[in-house]
Design a protein around this ligand. Sequence first.
Ligand SMILES: Cc1cc2nc3c(=O)[nH]c(=O)nc-3n(C[C@H](O)[C@H](O)[C@H](O)COP(=O)(O)OP(=O)(O)OC[C@H]3O[C@@H](n4cnc5c(N)ncnc54)[C@H](O)[C@@H]3O)c2cc1C
Length: 651
Amino acid sequence: MKRIGVFVCHCGINIANTVDVDRVVEELRKDPRITHAQSYIYMCSDPGQELVRDTIKNEKLDAVVVAACSPSLHELTFRQASAEAGLNPYQCEIANIREQCSWVHEDRERATAKAVKIIKSIVAKTYLNESLEPIRVPINRRAMVIGGGIAGIQASLDIANSGYEVVLVEREPSIGGHMAQLSETFPTLDCSQCILTPKMVEVGKHPRIKLMTYSEVEEVSGYVGNFTVKIRRKAPSVDWATCTGCGECMEKCPVKVPSEFNRGLDDRGAIYVPFPQAVPNKPVIDRDNCVYYRTGKCKLCESTCEVGSIRFDQEDEIVEEEVGAIVVATGYETLPLQRIAEYGGGEVPDVIDGLAFERLLSASGPTVGEVRRPSDGKVPKEVVFVQCAGSRDPERYQPYCSRICCMYTTKHAMLYKHRVHDGQPYIFYIDVRTGGKGYEEFYHRAEEEEGVVYLKGKVASIFRDGDQTVVWGTDSLAGRNVEIRADLVVLATAVVPGTGVQDLAKKLKIQTGENGFLNEAHPKLRPVESITAGFYLAGCGQSPRDIPDTVAQASGAASKVTALFSKDEMEQDPMIAAVDEDVCGGCRVCISVCPYDAREYDEEEEIAVVNEALCEGCGACVAACPCGATQQSNLTDRQILEMITASLGEE
Ligand SMILES: Cc1cc2nc3c(=O)[nH]c(=O)nc-3n(C[C@H](O)[C@H](O)[C@H](O)COP(=O)(O)OP(=O)(O)OC[C@H]3O[C@@H](n4cnc5c(N)ncnc54)[C@H](O)[C@@H]3O)c2cc1C
């Protein structure tokens, strides 16, 4: 008979306040299948773990159940403690009596009875647990980073500087992301380009970084340690190997279309480099707008190019890269102005968004750093900044706080005053959120020393009247409605996930949350890992954040990758699906339901097989298998039935 020990945690008052822990232990001691039952105030603490280890040895236990919090928090902790005492770690199970019991109930009697049932059902499962060995897979110590904003740049440099090769895939013609568009950065007001461009250059020249700009991931196959990635290298219509980046072609191009980088505040040609400090500094032809591609005539760029680098017939290329880990750093976009019609977005020329204002402030921007309004180029004397334009508005727009707008709007108002000394900035806000080092002081400086007027209230409407832009809002502290006839209005539009992130997430088989941002494996304990092994997250693709947090997270993701690469092979959880070859009828239903492509059909044997390295143990195939041939290790149908029986035991 298996000797099972049960350890019940009080979790301070988290469990003990609702569940009568002593009575639970008393009940468990009456169960003949349980050899030992005991409680402790914090089982996860050092003395708690020591208690588990000592009892395993002294009582010669074959298996352990720890009744505590969710297994996602401490399953690993207790499995390690059990292993240290000589037990197979898969003979240790967690009964969740916190999230599934004490936290969701108030009635102490009933919660106590439920806790006993939860524990007994896990004991029933543990009884049938087999000792398992982790699956070992070799690791290709080469990484891919998707997205070349500051997050992707930092992650790439950290991994490459640790001695591993990196493939950096960026869909735009240059790396840099949004940070390249910023003027100065809060709270220190240091120049964004000055701190970013040296890093961009380092990436471009790094011997261990293979930079693929103007490229996108098409397909990913494989599993942690061994991914094969197909990448589409879009045709720039220019031979970058011979192009000297002299820029002559761009000057001759007759086309003028709004520059995306400058948020439509000036124009670019059909052949263009997004911005002068681009890495690589090579042009691409925008085929949708190029006269030659549209009409078959022009070729002015070709006749201008002295080295003959223009390639109108160049085609997209699909290349394959083998890597062991992938960092997803795909960043953010901002809610399009046009979506916010009540604020004149897209209609009123002097209503712009925060990134456009960054370009007006920037020394490398279309106005060389002078603040001028788009409608007539005049210097605006009254500027209204509107925060939460599309954020914290669950009924119409995004429900969440975009987290960076309070700070960058304060920066905008301050920098505007530095450029236009006699100008007046107003900021409409719901609350001012300044959680960050030196942020609160920065806000106070703006309000108390720089003459920025803060108005607590929502803006109802913005419209054009003559050459002015009228803002109707409320000042809730003064209890009155306010009308400001502004020269320029800047909306702090919501930060939203990048276009195409859902598609990419599907290709990578990683998850997104309800607002479309990439989901981490655990918000507190595994914030830079995706739930799918081998994928790590960095930057605003996961949620809105400022540059310091982005860089810190990117370094965190990079260190996860280098930790993975520090071994020759990695161990994977063996709690996966297995096929009983004698029972499998070869119907292939399991293959169609597997979200991880971990099932294949063996033509010779005419059965379905499991790729152990790919299987994540989600159980979809087990549920779908019509003949019970697929079973999950340590969660077989028999174990589930035993658990149900134990749960339905007497009240
Ligand atoms: C108006 C404004 C002002 C700001 N000012 C400040 C400030 O002063 N201080 C501060 O700390 N923060 C500021 N921020 C925040 C700052 O911009 C972000 O913290 C930072 O840029 C996030 O970097 P990232 O790399 O995560 O994302 P991004 O900069 O968005 O970079 C993501 C990159 O991934 C690429 N990409 C996307 N999808 C794919 C794909 N499928 N394949 C390949 N590549 C892809 C994109 O092209 C882009 O290059 C400001 C933000 C705004 C909107």
